[in-house]
Design a protein around this ligand. Structure first.
Ligand SMILES: NC(=O)c1ccc[n+]([C@@H]2O[C@H](COP(=O)([O-])OP(=O)(O)OC[C@H]3O[C@@H](n4cnc5c(N)ncnc54)[C@H](O)[C@@H]3O)[C@@H](O)[C@H]2O)c1
Length: 343
C-alpha cells in the first residue's frame, strides 16, 4: 500500500483533523496480536534502526522529585517505510506498587497521520511497552547468545520478568530450563503460575542471584533501574560464553563485568550517551561494539565464537513502540475497537 493509500484507509475510519480514536488498555490487550507477531515487529523495528532508516531523537525527560529514581520520557519515532509517526509519553516510578498499588511503568501512545501530521489515535502504551521490551530482549538473545542454549535465567519477576519468560523461546528455541529469581518470593510463584502453561521449558525458582547466574547460559534481567548501579551479581560468577541481556541497565552488575565483555552492545548509542550525561553510568560507559539493530540487520556480526562474553543493554526505543502502535491502530480500526472522540 502506498503512503497516500494508507492515509485514505485511515481517513475512512477516523475523520483526520476532526476525530481521534481512543483505545483503552484492555482493548489493546484484547486485539489478539500474538507474541510471534510482536517478536517479528520488534525485530523489524531493530533492523530499521540498525540500517538508520528511522528518525529517533534520544529521549527527553523529566524526573519528578516525589519518588527517587523516577523518569517520564517523551519518545518520538518516525519510520518512513511503514508510514509511522508517533510519540510515546511514558513514566517509570519504581515505588508505585508500594505507595499506590500501581504498576511502576505507565504511558500513552499518540499515533499521527504522517502525511498531514494530525493525530489519528491515542492508545494505552502499557501492553505495548511490556510486549516490545521482552520481545527486544528475545531478539537480542537470538542473535547474540549461543543458538543451542538450553538454560536461561530471569532476574526480576514483575511485569517485564513474566513477559520475558514467555518470549525467551522465540529467540532461544532449544531452551529446556528457565531459572527465575526475584527478591520477592511471591513474584517467583506468580511467574511460575502464569508462565508455565505457556512455556515449554521448565521454569524453576532459585534462592539467590548466584544460583541464577551460575546456572544459565543467557541471563535476562528486568528488576529496577537505579541512577547508580547497586551490584548484586559478582563478577566471578560470570563466565565465558554467557550472554547478559538487560532491560534494567547496569543496575545489578559490577562495572568490571560490563567492561570485560568481549562485545558490549546497546540498542541506541545516542540514548545511552544521553543517560550517561544525566548520571546513569557513574563509572562511564564501556566501549560499545555496536547497536542491537545493527546485528539484527546483518550490518555487524553477532556472536562469533562459543566463548565470547556478550552484553546487550537495551533501554527501549521509540521505533519499537512505533511498529507496535501501527499494528494496534490498524487492528483496532479493522475490528471497530475503541471509540472516536472529537478532536
Ligand atoms: N528497557 C526497556 O525498554 C524497559 C521498558 C519497560 C521497563 N523497563 C524496566 O524493567 C524493569 C522492570 O519493570 P517492571 O514493569 O517489570 O516492574 P515490576 O515492578 O513489575 O517488577 C520488578 C520486579 O523486580 C523485582 N526486583 C526489584 N529489585 C530487584 C533486585 N535487586 N533483584 C531481583 N529482583 C528485584 C521486584 O520484586 C519486582 O518483582 C524496570 O527497571 C523498568 O524500568 C525497561
Amino acid at each position: 500500500m502506498k503512503s497516500i493509500e494508507y492515509r485514505e484507509w485511515l481517513n475512512q475510519h477516523v475523520k483526520i483533523g476532526r476525530e481521534v480514536l481512543w483505545v483503552t488498555q484492555a482493548e489493546v490487550e484484547e486485539l489478539g496480536i500474538t507474541r510471534q507477531e510482536v517478536f517479528d515487529l520488534t525485530g523489524k523495528a531493530l533492523a530499521y534502526h540498525g540500517r538508520k532508516e528511522v528518525e529517533m531523537p534520544a529521549k527527553i525527560g523529566i524526573h519528578p522529585k516525589t519518588q527517587p529514581n523516577t523518569l517520564m520520557h517523551a519518545m518520538p519515532g518516525y519510520i518512513p517505510a511503514e508510514y509511522i509517526a508517533c510519540l510515546k509519553w511514558g513514566g517509570c516510578f519504581p515505588e508505585n506498587r508500594e505507595k499506590f498499588g500501581l504498576a511502576q511503568t505507565s504511558g500513552l501512545m499518540v499515533f499521527n497521520d504522517h502525511e498531514s501530521g494530525l493525530p489519528v489515535a491515542v492508545t494505552d502504551a502499557v501492553w505495548i511497552t511490556k510486549m516490545r521490551t521482552a520481545a527486544v530482549s528475545a531478539n537480542g538473545a537470538k542473535y547474540l547468545a549461543n543458538a543451542n542454549s538450553t538454560v536461561a535465567a530471569m532476574i526480576g519477576c514483575g511485569v517485564q520478568g513474566k513477559e520475558h519468560v514467555k518470549f525467551m523461546e522465540f529467540g532461544l528455541p532449544k531452551l529446556q530450563k528457565i531459572l527465575i529469581y526475584d527478591v520477592n518470593p511471591a513474584a517467583m510463584e506468580a511467574t511460575i503460575a502464569e508462565c508455565q502453561p505457556e512455556v515449554k521449558a521448565k521454569i524453576e525458582k532459585v534462592g539467590s542471584f548466584e544460583e541464577a547466574v551460575k546456572g544459565a547460559e543467557v541471563v535476562f534481567s528486568a528488576s529496577t533501574i537505579t541512577a547508580s548501579p547497586s551490584p548484586k551479581i559478582r563478577d566471578e560468577w560470570i563466565t565465558a560464553g554467557q550472554t547478559l541481556v538487560m532491560a534494567d541497565m547496569h543496575t545489578l552488575y559490577e562495572d568490571r563485568t560490563m567492561k570485560r565483555a568481549n562485545k558490549y552492545l546497546v540498542d541506541s548509542i545516542e540514548e545511552h550517551v544521553y543517560f550517561a550525561g544525566i548520571g546513569y553510568y557513574p563509572n562511564g560507559l564501556p566501549e560499545i561494539y555496536g547497536e542491537t539493530g545493527e546485528v539484527v540487520a546483518g550490518i555487524k556480526k553477532g556472536r562469533e565464537s562459543r566463548d565470547e562474553l556478550i552484553v546487550d543493554n537495551n533501554t527501549g526505543m521509540s521505533v519499537e513502540d512505533a511498529m507496535m502502535v501501527r499494528a494496534v491502530v490498524d487492528r483496532a480500526l479493522e475490528n471497530k475497537v475503541g471509540r472516536l472522540l472529537p478532536l
